[in-house]
Design a protein around this ligand. Sequence first.
Ligand SMILES: [Zn+2]
Length: 415
Amino acid sequence: MIGLASAKVDEARLWRRHMDMAKLGATPKGGVRRLALDANDAKARALLLDWGRRRGFSAFIDPIANFFIRRDGTDRHADPVLSGSHTDTQPSGGRFDGIYGVLAAFEALEAIEDAGIRTRRPIELAVWTCEEGGAYLTGTMGSSVFVGARKLDDVLRLKGTDDAPITAAIAATRRAVSEAADRPLGFPISAFVEAHIEQGPELEAVGKTIGVVTVIQGCRRFFVEVDGEDGHAGTVKRSRRRDAFVSACDIAHALRRHFHDPDEIIRFTIGRFVVTPNAPAVIPGHVTFSIDFRHPDDGVLRRLGDAVADVCRAHQGACTASVREAVWAKPVELCGAIPDLIEATAGRLGLSHMRMLSGAGHDAMYIAQVAPVGMIFVPCEKGISHNEVENATPADLAAGARVLAEVLVELADRT
Ligand SMILES: [Zn+2]
């Protein structure tokens, strides 16, 4: 019965839903600013709840505000097949990162419903809370808590960069979808499939429509604190200064050398750099900055990441550098049945496809700890993402949703 569900995928409807979602946090430059658990992120869940209710689907929410829309199967006790991603964006994000995986899952649910297909297992759309980090600087929050990789109590102690407790934001989000039934954290699932824009240029470069992800590269993230001493910019000699900015720059240069890779497989980024007190006439006494380091090979992640603290100390100069590791996500191999199924389905639907690595981290890498997982990539324009100009074509988005719909039907009928 291949083709029944995918034939009901409606390209115009899927595009319209993207544009409806893009209004929630729309920026003047055409992007989206919908930070995790903010008012627009809550509205995104409420909109999904409303759409789902019209189709007769039920909704659930868990203690970290992960949100689920369920289409029942014939066996009510069977573990569900899940598909989804995230509704939050980066501070100056685009219209497709995350929300595509959510809307492709919703489109698949509707297409399966429209095709009148009955599946044995329930199929559920999942919205994982705070994938991007938002005001809490903690990404893949909902999915990592769901699988137990992070403790709920630890996350509930977090405060946002505005000092507001996360518990208040979670409560507000839950109120926005008060009709959704409470669910405990973490329940058995039989499989998870996440659709996502590629966020890189590979598919577009070779003219393929569907990316079958085989591995999500690993990521280590550190925060470096450089402590010096505030001083008067006009009176303190260079030799007496403990200038945290100067030390942080020296450390940053050393880190660039440490992570230099002529093959360009390593990804190394200092994306956050905060100078305090940040005043023109004051020698800065304090700097904090982030290090984001990614690689598909666990051994390289371990070797180069483990040396970060030594590199920082060796170049701290007159200041004191300390390093805290915030994230260590191992590379995740998505080998096996689901990537094979995605590949075969794309082939049967006549869509060009290729196997590929995911350079970005995704909720799927945590869900892979508890269930078989697959990822479907579609091209995004020039590979640009985490950017307000992020773009994708209606046809490519629909193609990914067609593959997803077929894959979900197949997985939901498996025993
Ligand atoms: Zn994303």
